[in-house]
Write a protein that binds this ligand. Structure first.
Ligand SMILES: [Zn+2]
Length: 303
């Protein structure tokens, strides 16, 4: 799909998570509006600058490209996108997280949960089975429709809308999750605070995001540096999968200090290395040992 996208560019003057002024932040390099490959300097495109907050480690682009039409990023998937196996759920889906959650909250049957970016409602189904009264909302009309028609999600519990649009009562949920969502939002700080408002005191928010300390990302950047070109591989603000931020644990610690919550638990997931399989024998244990996995998972508790 080569549809032209039109952007405006927002100058960022303070870190979205910790509030520190951006004029002292570290410039990492340029990022093209397409997959870069080995020689991005031979490619035509628009670039923006990728910057890392020197206080909390948040990686962001400055200026930040924002599409005039958000549908250019998250438009309707084609009919060929839908495969039958998307609608089957493995029994292990979200089970590790539910186990962790039940250690963090004083679980009682019927506790209310909210899934932000519910997709096909798989997590809602898993939480319902685990005894929760599960709610969710989803910005994509197609996913919303299929969650109800193919996954038997209760339409009264699944709203259609973006986080900026939907509303719930204050102090309503015991558990809220952002799975693979926060890195796509232009204002992660405001989004966490909005969810905190919906959460009961002592309630838990679960967030999984790309880590700004991912070892493979650093190796890619070193490769570009050795080639003598000023590009980096972080983020994808103008092409799929449209990641706008990478986070460090400190991004949440600093944010927690400024707002009324605490970090109850965190862990890193190594995930894929995209390296030859033989290298995984060394890389995977090393990444696990040094907390340089691809994904960071944090559990926040409202005070
Ligand atoms: Zn920061």
């Amino acid at each position: 799909m080569n549809k032209q996208k039109r952007y405006y560019f927002n100058y960022i003057d303070s870190c979205n998570m910790c509030g520190s002024k951006t004029d002292t932040h570290k410039i990492l390099g340029k990022r093209l509006n397409a997959s870069q490959g080995k020689s991005p300097n031979n490619k035509i495109g628009i670039t923006t600058t990728i910057v890392k907050c020197t206080n909390c480690g948040l990686i962001y682009s400055n200026p930040q490209p924002v599409p005039f039409d958000i549908q250019d990023h998250y438009g309707v998937p084609p009919e060929s996108y839908w495969k039958e196996n998307y609608f089957t759920i493995s029994n292990s889906y979200f089970q590790g997280e539910i186990e962790r959650l039940k250690k963090l909250i004083d679980f009682k049957d019927g506790m209310k949960s909210l899934d932000i970016g519910a997709g096909l409602g798989k997590q809602m189904n898993a939480l319902t089975k685990a005894g929760f009264n599960a709610y969710g909302f989803e910005p994509s009309k197609q996913f919303h429709e299929r969650a109800i028609s193919k996954m038997a999600i209760d339409p009264d519990k699944l709203k259609l809308g973006m986080i900026e649009e939907v509303e719930y009562a204050e102090n309503y949920f015991d558990f809220i999750s952002f799975g693979a969502v926060l890195e796509h939002l232009y204002n992660p700080s405001d989004s966490i605070l909005k969810a905190m408002k919906w959460l009961k005191p002592n309630g838990i928010i679960h967030i999984e995001v790309p880590s700004s300390n991912w070892l493979i990302g650093k190796i890619i950047n070193l490769f570009y540096k050795l080639k003598g070109i000023g590009y980096v591989g972080n983020l994808s603000p103008m092409h799929e999968p449209f990641h706008l931020y990478e986070f460090e644990l400190k991004s949440f610690e600093e944010h927690a200090k400024r707002h009324n919550y605490e970090l109850a638990f965190h862990e890193y997931y190594v995930c894929q290395t995209f390296m030859p399989k033989i290298a995984d024998y060394i890389l995977k244990p090393y990444m696990s040992w040094t907390n340089t996995g691809m994904q960071l998972c944090v559990w926040l508790r409202k005070r």
